[in-house]
Design a protein around this ligand. Structure first.
Ligand code: FAD
Length: 496
């Protein structure tokens, strides 16, 4: 058991720099951290939409929000709008935050289900502050709805991926992380244990005790060197390609991501302060790279400002995220397609897990097993949530959607679907990332209305139920009326 005194991070994309910054912030006084990246190889250059836990990451790194927003060209994200997923010309939003007013032991959406069954016309999203603000392009930080105890807005960011890595690089190096810009030419192993001992660069060798593989899809240490293995999920998540392009911005600065389904995949639009990030995720079995590029260019919100770039990927996870003395983080550890913007979050949670289980006195197999067990549980829950969007489609208009509708799904998801349909219940397991309210929105948004609801709802008369609905709608509308526009909010930050 060799004490861990020097951590070497291979790779300086979003994964490398989040890892460096967070490890340094928490453990910087007891470990030395070196990050090696090759500016010649560069980074993947996508990954611009996030989810609300990023606020906790920024807080942990003691990041000033205004400075962060200005440095990364960021905008606010209140949710993701899914267009054409259930059927063409239908849309719904996975809005962050809560809905209506939860009662003890009974989520608000049960009240809505009863209303729906008894003929109420209100949409579930009439009761979402996030949705209503998003559609009116409004935003200001709001912890609670004024004069109530009801939660306010929950938000995340869209940002420029390159600027984000640059921002974290400055932060981490100013706090003591050693940065080397060089290509890793060779990975050296101990002939007995197989552990990695050092990395050979052009003219030098870097020794380390623990290595973090953040080399992206190359997975230079965890796969190319240790041959750890990969669990392929492409039978559940058939998209394997993306084409990305940046376009000019538009007048309306939407505080949400758009996910627009097409015949063999879906298109993202991520509005930043000065431009829009666009891409088409698709299944190469049904759409060629050229056809995908043409489809994307035809559907851009404004003129392109970069050349389209095709990116190939495989969905799945590394068999062991931690193997020997290598922990893989980011794309090196696997990839779930970007539909729910979960990859950056998985980086954050992997580093958080590593810090909690950090092997200061040496790496033990028990610790590694625990780390890997937690990682698998986490990513499988997220995988199921993403599959749900495809599986629950009602589309039959292309071979791609017919395949999605008919495909086998993991038992864990089949159980969740059945439980929801029969009882209206969603159970959040093992502290999984997506809360009940996220699952409820995708179930209902994609057209699955449960047969039953929580009986606590019946303690309200239909008159009381109507009163509750109309009070909540009035409160939400008047709160959104008072908010500044998203554009004005960002302009004020820029000025400050
Ligand atoms: P990379 O950015 O590829 O970085 C790899 C690093 O390793 C680079 O610095 C490179 O120079 C270095 N390197 C490699 N080999 C060597 C070598 N031999 N020597 C030295 N250095 C080396 N995530 C989200 O959360 N939200 C999104 O909206 C989102 N959208 C995405 C869209 C697409 C199409 C794809 C493919 C991914 C998306 N992701 C998204 C995922 C996100 O892009 C990644 O999780 C994130 O960018 C982290 O990438 P990385 O740092 O692991 O890899």
């Amino acid at each position: 058991m060799k004490p861990i005194k020097h951590v070497v991070i291979a790779g300086g994309g979003t994964a490398g720099w989040i890892t460096a910054a967070l490890l340094n912030k928490v453990l910087g006084k007891v470990i030395k951290i070196t990050l090696i990246e090759s500016s010649t190889i560069g980074t993947i250059g996508v990954g611009e939409a996030t989810i609300p836990p990023i606020i906790q990451l920024n807080n942990a790194l003691a990041i000033n929000e205004q400075e962060f927003i200005n440095a990364t060209n960021a905008s606010i994200k209140l949710g993701i709008e899914f267009e054409n997923w259930k059927t063409t010309s239908h849309s719904y939003m996975h809005a962050f935050g809560s809905f209506g007013k939860d009662f003890p032991f009974c989520d608000f959406y049960n009240f809505w289900v009863k209303g729906k069954i008894t003929g109420c016309e209100d949409s579930l999203w009439d009761f979402s502050l996030n949705y209503q603000a998003a559609k009116r392009h409004k935003f200001a930080p709001l912890n609670t709805i004024p004069n109530t105890q009801l939660p306010g807005l929950s938000y995340a960011y869209h940002f420029d991926a390159t600027r984000y890595a640059e921002y974290l690089k400055k932060l981490a190096t100013s706090r003591g992380v050693l940065h080397i810009d060089a290509k890793i030419e060779q990975v050296n192993q101990c002939p007995h244990s197989g552990n990695i001992t050092s990395l050979t660069l052009d003219d030098t060798q870097i020794n380390g005790d623990l290595f973090i593989d953040c080399t992206g899809q190359r997975a230079l240490l965890i796969e190319q060197t240790l041959n750890t293995g990969f669990v392929d999920w492409s039978h559940y998540l058939p998209c394997d390609s993306a084409v990305a392009v940046q376009s000019q911005g538009t007048d309306s600065l939407k505080p949400y991501t758009r996910s627009i389904a097409h015949s063999a995949g879906w298109q993202w639009q991520i509005p930043l302060q000065s431009r829009i990030g666009n891409g088409l995720v698709y299944c190469s079995r049904y759409l060629s790279d050229d056809a995908a590029t043409q489809l994307l260019l035809k559907n851009l919100p404004a003129e392109p400002i970069t050349a389209p770039r095709v990116i190939k990927f495989k969905t799945g996870r590394r068999l062991k995220q931690w193997h020997k003395n290598v922990v893989s983080v980011g794309l090196a550890s696997g990839f779930l397609e970007p539909l729910e913007s979960t990859s950056i979050h998985l980086i954050q949670s992997a580093v958080t897990r590593l810090i909690k289980l950090f092997p200061h006195h040496g790496i033990s197999e028990t610790l590694v097993t625990e780390f890997n067990k937690q990682s698998v549980i986490e990513i499988e829950h997220i995988r199921d949530f993403i599959i749900l969007h495809y599986k629950l489609t009602a589309r039959e208009d292309s071979a791609f959607w017919r395949q999605c509708k008919q495909m086998d799904i993991p038992h864990s998801l089949a159980h969740k679907l059945k439980l929801f349909k029969e009882t209206g219940k969603v159970v959040r397991e093992n502290d999984e990332l997506f809360a009940e309210v996220a699952w409820q929105q995708v179930f209902i948004g994609q057209g699955l209305i449960p047969d039953d609801y929580n009986s606590i709802v019946d303690s309200l008369s239909s008159e009381q139920l109507n009163d509750l609905f109309s009070t909540l709608k009035t409160l939400i509308t008047s709160t959104v009326d008072q908010l500044p526009t998203h554009k004005d909010f960002l302009a004020k930050i820029k000025k400050a």
